[in-house]
Design a protein around this ligand. Structure first.
Ligand code: PLP
Length: 417
């Protein structure tokens, strides 16, 4: 369990650590992502504590929040990185992560991305098809190297979560079917430049029920025995990420300790190092998206709207996954009003809340969209010509601008006519 509440009211003003959020909005403008370093550290420590009985290596899944300062924070704590593209690999390296602490995932790695990862010497590439194994073998051979690979297995477990974030089901594009594995093991025997070091899975994201992990891990362990029978020495069992967080206090996430309780007794007897790839768990509750109320309006049916200056271009999760984010006013209000909180983007799906009790704040005041640390800024876009927002990292009373707000010039800098 995380033991501190990072975002809370001091007096009547919402703060992050020791810093009032209105001060940050005045200094850096809005929309603004505010991330607490303390929260990142606490989440990582809680994860590590839960699994401390198991020889393991946690690789932060950079896709959840790829800001360099976030990657660096985890790296300094001893965490590795899970990357999904050449761009994420570049980011991890720029943040100072040693290549031998980086694992490379992705269902569609381009040859140049494979070459880049091999040149830099990542710990392992996770292969998702026969064709990809062939490509890795060819590219490694060209570099005079032997590539360390893990096979990503599709365990055909349909975890109950939003359908867009379930990944371990045979309907989905991810991994190699368990039925094909005997053939894969034979195939690997013929590849000169590839060494099988790991077995990998990732069944989805925001998974509340530990039983899905148990079912998938059971399959992984059966496959481990098959790999051993084929003469392979497996060094890593990669369980993936997917551990849940609380977005809505009415639907609290299953504590990480319950996952550990189920997984440790299954994995410990193997004597093999376990890799975890937590993303959301480490970052979701470390950030808020600060936004200013531009207008309030009421239509003829009496429906109320708060029109704010952030939108789906900064946080697409409500539009994409119908996800819930708590909304708090930066200046505390005792009274609430039933309203929609909507952005300025020209789409009806551009909303943060619908028909929700919202603090009865006035035009010009600030709202904080809570739990905006995971799959938020990273999924941002320039749609409607919108500028990517600034991001700050708060550490106690210290504030660092870790991403500048984009400018109009940057919006067109790669274009010619
Ligand atoms: C391969 C892989 N590992 C790890 C993660 C991180 O998942 P989460 O953020 O739910 O922990 C993802 C997310 O989709 C993923 O695809």
């Amino acid at each position: 369990m995380l033991d501190s509440k990072i975002f809370q009211y001091t007096g009547t003003t919402l703060s992050c650590d020791n810093v009032h959020l209105d001060r940050l909005a005045d200094t850096f403008g809005t929309p603004l992502f505010v991330t607490s370093r303390k929260s990142l550290v606490e989440s990582y420590m809680a994860f590590e504590r839960a699994f401390e009985a198991l020889p393991h290596f946690s690789c932060y899944s950079v896709k959840a929040n790829f800001n360099l300062s976030v990657i660096k924070t985890f790296s300094e704590l001893g965490c590795g990185c899970d990357v999904n593209s050449g761009g994420e690999l570049y980011r991890a390296l720029q943040a100072g992560v040693s290549p031998d602490r980086i694992i490379f995932a992705g269902v569609g790695k381009k040859p140049e991305e494979i070459a880049y990862a091999l040149e830099r010497g990542v710990l392992m590439l996770k292969a998702e098809s026969f064709s990809e194994l062939k490509a890795i073998d060819r590219i490694a051979g060209g570099q005079g190297k032997k590539a360390s690979v893990a096979i990503r297995i599709n365990p055909n477990v349909t975890a109950e979560t939003h359908p867009y974030i379930t990944t371990g089901d045979s309907k989905e594009k991810f991994g190699i079917d368990e039925a094909e594995l005997p053939e894969v093991f034979d195939f690997l025997g013929n590849l000169q430049n590839v060494k099988l070091v790991g077995l990998d899975m990732h069944i989805g994201s925001q998974i509340f029920d530990t039983e899905y992990y148990v079912a998938a891990t059971t399959k992984l362990l059966t496959i481990l025995n098959a790999a051993k029978a084929h003469g392979f020495t497996i060094e890593f069992l990669d369980i993936g990420g997917g551990f849940p967080v609380t977005y809505d206090p009415l639907k609290p996430a299953t504590p990480i300790e319950q996952f550990a309780e189920k997984l440790i007794p299954m994995l410990l007897p193997t004597g093999i190092k376990v890799i975890f790839e937590p993303g959301r768990y480490l970052v979701a509750n470390a950030s808020v998206l600060l936004t200013r109320i531009l207008y309030r309006k009421r239509n003829h049916t009496g429906k109320e709207f708060f029109v704010v200056d952030a939108g789906m271009t900064e946080l697409i999760r409500p539009a994409l996954y119908q996800s819930h984010h708590e909304i708090q006013s930066v200046t505390r209000h005792e009274s609430t009003i039933i309203a929609d909180v909507v952005g300025p983007v020209c789409e009806s799906s551009d909303f943060f809340a619908r028909h929700r009790a919202i603090p009865d704040a006035e035009e010009g005041e600030l709202l904080a969209v809570m739990s905006s640390g995971a799959y938020a800024a990273v999924m941002g876009s320039n749609y409607n010509g919108r500028l990517r927002p600034a991001e700050v990292l708060v550490d106690g009373s210290e504030v660092t601008l870790v991403r500048k707000r984009e400018t109009y010039e940057q919006l067109v800098q790669n274009e010619r006519f």
